[in-house]
Design a protein around this ligand. Structure first.
Ligand code: ZN
Length: 134
């Protein structure tokens, strides 16, 4: 298992980059607009992991509601697992509650599912199973 990324929800990506890139000194590897999810993401590598800054680009997304309720801050922690089905089964056997009952597939092949913060001590946890590297 590996810490894949920490996601931080921000209302203004450029203002956030002024701190994380220019102030803290991290490199912004790329910025992606994920139209389907209504979010713009800046990826900042930290060792084997990344910090993702998430800025909503539409008003009808979960991130907008989350920002309205919590304000800017850490949105979720993502752990990469080898076998997401096995990880989900183990969580459920231990009494944990999944938000996604089945893994969801991204266009590039990554499978993901979220664990409810009720089960995790208050932190939204995302599980990733990356596609095999060619
Ligand atoms: Zn994530």
């Amino acid at each position: 298992m590996r810490l894949d990324h920490l996601a931080i929800a921000v209302p203004d990506l450029d203002a956030a980059l002024a701190f994380y890139r220019d102030g803290l000194g991290l490199t912004c590897a790329r910025v992606e607009d994920v139209e389907r999810e209504g979010v713009r993401i800046a990826f900042l590598p930290v060792g084997e992991s990344e910090i993702e800054l998430l800025q909503p680009t539409r008003q009808d997304t979960g991130i907008v509601k989350w920002l309205a309720k919590h304000g800017p801050g850490m949105h979720h922690v993502c752990l990469e697992v080898g076998d997401i089905q096995a990880a989900m089964a183990r969580i459920q056997r231990a009494g944990g509650e999944m938000i996604n009952p089945e893994p969801v597939r991204r266009p590039e092949g990554t499978l993901y599912a979220f664990v409810h913060p009720r089960s995790t001590g208050g932190v939204l946890i995302e599980l990733y199973q990356r596609p095999p590297q060619p």
